[in-house]
Design a protein around this ligand. Structure first.
Ligand SMILES: [Ca+2]
Ligand SMILES: [Ca+2]
Length: 319
């Protein structure tokens, strides 16, 4: 925090103390408490930078306030905090207040009673994020306003509303039949696993899939046996894409290719056989994994049953 920032912060603390002294003497007139709300941010792609506003409702107002917003540091990195139109004349901010919190404070000699944005927080979603649903936790510290007949300030009560933040990766690959067409494969959660579910016509060459990830992101592409695929390799059902920061595994995406249940890159009677075992309960999704189970659900109705077996069997007989 700069010297100026410390000064402003001291003023806020001082007004808070004054408020403590005077609030019992000068009773605050009943007023509608302001509500501070972190805007919701939905489905951002990893690697993207996004703005999140902290907004305030129009109300009786405040003269000074300090705020922190806590975030998941494994998912987001703070970029900046900028002053919004509803902030006061003085505004200080620290985007790296603590390891997982940004801080900002604002103060004005006039009552701030306009609705609008107090601050805009800019975050970057870390490259290795696969799927995230979490919240940005707003805490309002000291909040004062309404000069009480010239003697200091009174405390202002308020409501603080957290924001939700979600990030989701999808993987874009060309279609084999029409390379101009891009198949967008969103990552979805199935049980405890994250998978991409692909039509059999997707070009899942490692070289194509790798284009989805930032150059500086450490990735591994593993075959169904857990061995590293080369750049010339191809992902099939049961392959896994691993994302690292340094040596730490941060995310894993399993691959499902509709119809190739055993992941041998063929669509034949053996896949139909496995789907049959899944449909009659002799095998379970726990036995084969979420990706293989998804690959067997060729009619994409969410369950593996007789209908999938019949579709696969006809495919197997007529490749
Ligand atoms: Ca197969
Ligand atoms: Ca099905």
């Amino acid at each position: 925090m700069s010297l100026t920032a410390k000064k402003v912060y001291s003023v806020i603390l001082l007004t808070a103390m004054l408020c403590g002294l005077f609030s019992t003497v000068f009773l605050a007139q009943a007023a509608q408490a302001p509500t501070f709300t972190v805007s919701n941010t939905m489905a951002v792609q990893p690697g993207e930078t996004v703005d999140v506003d902290v907004n305030v409702t129009g109300s009786a107002g405040f003269c000074a306030g300090e705020f922190t917003v806590a975030y998941d540091k494994d998912v987001l990195e703070p970029v900046s905090v900028t002053k919004g139109s509803a902030a006061g004349a003085y505004f200080v901010a620290n985007a790296e207040y603590t390891a997982n919190k940004v801080f900002f404070a604002t103060i004005d000699t006039e009552l701030l009673d306009a609705a609008g944005t107090v601050a805009t927080l800019t975050f970057r979603v870390k490259d290795y994020v696969v799927l995230y649903n979490g919240k940005l936790d707003l805490e309002v510290g000291t909040l004062v306003g309404g000069e009480a007949e010239g003697y200091g300030y009174k405390a202002v009560s308020c409501t603080a509303k957290d924001g939700v933040f979600s990030a989701a990766r999808s993987i874009d690959v060309p279609d084999l039949d029409d390379p101009e067409q891009i198949n967008v494969l969103p990552v979805v959660q199935m049980g405890s696993e994250l998978i991409i579910s692909s039509p059999r016509t997707s070009n899942l060459a490692v070289s194509e899939v790798a284009k989805n990830f930032a150059d500086n992101l450490v990735t591994r592409f593993l075959d169904t046996n857990g061995n590293d695929l080369t750049a010339a390799g191809k992902l099939t059902t049961g392959s896994v894409i691993e994302l690292y920061s340094g040596d730490t595994l941060r995310g894993a995406i399993a691959v499902s290719v509709k119809g190739d249940v055993n992941g041998d890159d063929r669509f034949d009677g053996f896949d139909a056989y496995l789907a049959g075992l899944l449909s009659n309960g002799l095998l379970t999704d726990g036995d084969v994994g979420a990706a293989a189970n998804d690959a067997a659900d060729v009619n994409e109705d969410g369950v593996v049953d007789e209908a999938d077996f019949e579709l696969l069997e006809s495919n197997g007989l007529n490749p």
